[in-house]
Design a binder for this molecule. Structure first.
Ligand SMILES: NC(=O)c1ccc[n+]([C@@H]2O[C@H](COP(=O)([O-])OP(=O)(O)OC[C@H]3O[C@@H](n4cnc5c(N)ncnc54)[C@H](OP(=O)(O)O)[C@@H]3O)[C@@H](O)[C@H]2O)c1
Length: 345
């Protein structure tokens, strides 16, 4: 693509626990040309997900080079992007797309990655397309509506409540008429949950006695636990499940950076005593049903009844910090990055 420059972040060093800028190397190369069956996009917004640490982290300590993407690869990400050149029958220049791209200005793809590329419907702002209506919104929507199967008046407890998925799921649970208790890791997050997301109760797990607070806020137990964090909170929720209780396994951020992996929940047999159910969901598998979620969520977003909470960094240079913030817990709401102008454009 002429003399245009593609700025990008490559994986330079595997992370041991925390991830930081030192794990990546900045590089500037010519913009590639798409081959037959491929298209070239300019990335506009990048998404950050805690599971990206698996691409960076060392795997089994006995095989230190294993795990994640190869060293020297462009760091993969979900992005919303604009097609700038295409040799693919389904995509044309000017299309706004959601797909699996990289921490770079331009990506060449055939659209067939783990998260297949699709066109963003006209009129949907790109930050919604990657957040409240992206994979984040899909897992929140299908997790609450399909996996949890909520009944009005039930008690819904959620960990990671003020993060990307959590901030949407919390509000959707309220819209379903549930009593919602949000668990989060800072006063600012708890404040947002009470004031903006409508949570009936909040627990700061870093400063409060979680077992005591759960008992106070859920005296009759928990009907639904939506788990984003895993770890000890999952065990505490399991032992408080009511008859027919459901656990929605969305993720377990507390485990991802820990090597070796800690054991799983101790209290899983509590499910037997309450005829309970614990069920995972993978957002990617719901992509073919995204129109259903869009039809439900877009009117809520447009009416202001669902308020997307976004934490936006600006400029590709900030990408490593975007991922690190998910582990420091600094992000409030969905961690996004809006791209700056690439050099030479
Ligand atoms: N199943 C799927 O298809 C799917 C799709 C997308 C995301 N997910 C999962 O959903 C969860 C939330 O993802 P997200 O993108 O919305 O991220 P997020 O919740 O916006 O960000 C991660 C949050 O995790 C919490 N955290 C960090 N370290 C922690 C630790 N050691 N213990 C407990 N909590 C910790 C922090 O919140 P606090 O300050 O509140 O602790 C941090 O803000 C993740 O587990 C993710 O993998 C699953």
């Amino acid at each position: 693509m002429g003399d245009r420059v593609n700025r990008r972040w490559l994986l330079a060093q595997r992370a041991e626990g925390a991830v930081s800028e030192t794990n990546f190397r900045w590089e500037e190369t010519p913009v590639p040309d798409p081959q037959q069956g491929q298209f070239l996009v300019r990335n506009l917004w990048l998404s950050f997900d805690p599971t990206q640490i698996f691409m960076v982290a060392r795997g089994d300590p006995s095989a230190p080079d294993e795990g994640g993407i190869p060293l020297g690869s462009v760091m993969p990400t979900i992005a919303v992007s604009r097609v700038v050149a295409s040799r693919h029958p389904d995509f044309s220049p000017g299309d706004i797309v959601h797909g699996h791209m990289g921490w770079e200005d331009y990506t060449v793809t055939d659209g067939q990655d783990f998260t297949p590329t699709y066109r963003v419907p006209d009129g949907v702002p790109p930050n919604w397309a990657i957040g409240a209506l992206g994979l984040t919104g899909l897992v929140a929507y299908f997790g609450v509506h399909e996996v949890a199967r909520p009944q009005r008046g039930e008690t819904f407890v959620i960990s990671g409540a003020a993060g990307g998925v959590g901030s949407i799921a919390t509000q959707l649970a309220k819209l379903e008429g549930l009593r919602v208790v949000g668990i989060a890791g800072s006063a600012a997050k708890c404040d947002w949950l009470s004031r903006e997301a409508g949570a009936d109760g909040v627990i700061n797990y870093r400063s409060e006695d979680v077992p005591k607070r759960l008992t106070e806020l859920c005296p009759d137990g928990i009907d639904i636990f939506f788990d984003n964090s895993g770890g000890p909170t999952l065990d505490l929720a399991l032992e408080r499940l009511r008859a027919g209780g459901r656990v929605v396994l969305c993720g377990a951020t507390s485990r991802y950076a820990v090597r070796p992996q800690p054991p799983g929940p101790v209290n899983y047999l509590a499910l037997v005593m309450v005829n309970g159910r614990m069920e995972g969901l993978l957002g990617r598998d719901y992509l073919p049903r995204r129109d259903e979620a869009f039809a439900a969520l877009l009117p809520l977003l447009r009416a202001g009844r669902l308020k997307p909470k976004e934490d936006v960094l600006v400029g590709l240079r900030e990408a490593p910090r975007g991922l690190a913030r998910l582990y420091s817990g600094d992000n409030v709401g969905k961690q996004l990055l809006r791209m700056d102008e690439p050099a030479g454009h």
